[in-house]
Ligand binder design. Structure first.
Ligand SMILES: *Cc1c(COP(=O)(O)O)cnc(C)c1O
Length: 476
């Protein structure tokens, strides 16, 4: 499989060539040159397979430059119940990504049973093993630098902890995360994990990461890399659970299902789009946003207008608080019939701080053909949905999943199973659960009392050179 750039001006690459990188050389995102296809008969042959078997059947098409037995071993080591089934307080399941039925025709796909209680573990754990393998092949090492306000940073640290050839430098805003989030990250004692708390806001931390990455000499010298959501391996690993859920909700491959996806950077739902392009019988892909509705606005109107940071709200589903959606370019590439020149024109406007409008074009008409619809919700909607779900089904959901469920309800069709992707556990968002239900969410046994564990963190001013000095000191 070769990967081309959405901007059409970079040489095609293989999976291992794009694994550790970020953007393609022309500033675009990597996309498979064509989508592997699964016929009805091939789909039927996958029914009943384990999560790891499904992952291998799908990912071996994308990562065909890794020897098959090696890839299989990496996948088998990743997708075990020891990694993915110990994060749930109220269940003894040993199944990875189980489907929980709320009522006939309405299901939750549990993606947050991994070590950090958010769906990002589903792909990030595999990324840790893939990175370690790739670095072993070349005999090199990597210093991962990132900024986090919560979920991504902890998922990355739990995926990379103890890995050979990899160090993680994760910046977080000092005093701005919940006690639980802080404890989750800062209590890690692995010597390859460095928590750096920056005196400032998340945006200050993000700006430092950008400044360090833009210092090309420093970046090369200290082998600085990232694990952000545009990483193709992450997107492709997320395709797997759409297949898993499909088989769990249907009896045979003439049936269709719909998925509702709480969305921020468009990584999760992009994987759903790809699953559909590979032949998975999906009726609707339902994109759900919170008050930061830049994507909902596009799917309703055809106008994509990224927000300024000052126009971005802090909400009670914080992992969806985005101003622009970094994976969206992948989807628009397909929407434009893979016309890279046209895409370059649109993103020239976006990169200059502007917007674009596809309404009334044949390209925008493809949205309906792809089955995309959207909706958004408010804090009050989330509270009502959490309450309603708990009262009617006895199931406690988190604020992001509530965004998904709320929008899903508006798009249900008779005879088509609706699957809401559960992206985090309520234990991560205690304050809003208390507000909605007047009680505390349960916490998985392994995470009880983590606030009392010793923490490892270095606090610095929001200063690029201070962060560089720490990297130099620890990478030496
Ligand atoms: C990251 C995240 C999202 C958004 O996913 P995208 O792939 O960025 O669209 C939604 N919910 C939770 C809990 C997350 O951590």
């Amino acid at each position: 499989m070769k990967y081309v750039s959405t901007r059409g001006q970079a040489a095609p690459k293989r999976f291992l060539d794009i694994l550790l990188g970020g953007l393609m050389e022309d500033g675009g995102l990597a996309m498979p040159e064509s989508y592997p296809q699964f016929s009805r008969a091939e789909l039927e042959a996958l029914r009943g397979k384990s999560y790891a078997e499904l992952a291998f059947a799908i990912l071996s098409k994308f990562a065909d430059d890794i020897p098959a037995d090696t890839l299989k071993a990496l996948i088998d080591r990743t997708y075990t119940s020891a990694v993915y089934c110990n994060g749930r307080a109220d269940s003894n399941t040993v199944e990875i990504a189980p489907l929980r039925t709320l009522e006939p025709g309405l299901h939750l796909l549990e993606l947050s049973n991994g070590p950090t209680l958010a769906f990002k573990d589903m792909a990030m754990q595999l990324l840790g093993n893939l990175f370690e393998y790739a670095l072993e092949q070349t005999g090199s090492s990597l210093n991962i630098l990132g900024a986090t306000s919560g979920d991504t940073g902890s998922a990355a640290e739990y995926a990379m902890r103890g890995k050979h050839h990899i160090r993680v430098f994760m910046l977080s805003p000092w005093g701005k995360m919940s006690n639980f989030q802080r404890a989750q990250m800062y209590s890690l004692q692995d010597t390859n994990i460095f928590n750096i708390a920056v005196r400032g806001m998340f945006d200050d931390a993000q700006d430092i990461v950008k400044a360090v990455s833009n210092d090309l000499e420093f970046k090369r010298r200290y082998a600085i890399g990232t694990v952000n959501s545009i990483n193709w391996a992450r997107v492709s690993a997320q395709v797997v659970y759409y297949f898993k859920a499909y088989f769990a909700a249907t009896r045979e491959s003439s049936e269709k299902v719909s998925f509702a996806v709480p969305s921020g950077n468009f990584g999760n739902i992009c994987a759903g789009h790809i699953a559909r392009m590979m032949g998975l019988p999906i009726d609707q892909l339902i994109l759900a946003t919170n008050e930061n509705n830049v994507l909902d606005e596009f799917f309703r109107s055809g106008v994509y207008r990224p927000r300024k940071t000052s126009e971005t709200f802090a909400t009670s589903s914080p992992s969806m608080d985005i101003s622009k959606a970094s994976n969206f370019e992948r989807f628009v590439f397909d929407l434009l019939g893979r016309d890279a020149e046209k895409l370059r024109e649109l993103w020239a406007q976006v990169d200059a701080g502007g917007s674009f409008d596809l309404s009334g074009t044949p390209d925008f008409a493809r949205i309906a053909a792809y089955g995309f619809v959207s909706g958004s919700s408010s804090h009050a909607d989330r509270l009502a949905t959490i309450r309603d779900c708990f009262e009617r089904f006895g199931v406690m959901i988190d604020t992001h999943t509530a965004d998904g469920l709320k929008v899903a309800q508006a798009h249900r069709k008779p005879g088509v199973p609706m699957i809401v992707l559960e992206t985090a556990q309520p234990a991560k968002f205690e304050a809003t659960i208390r507000e909605a239900l007047g009680r505390e969410p349960e916490r998985p046994a392994a995470l009880r009392g983590i606030e009392a564990l010793p923490q490892r963190v270095e606090v610095v001013d929001a200063d690029v050179d201070a962060v560089k000095r720490l990297i130099v000191q620890h990478a030496a």
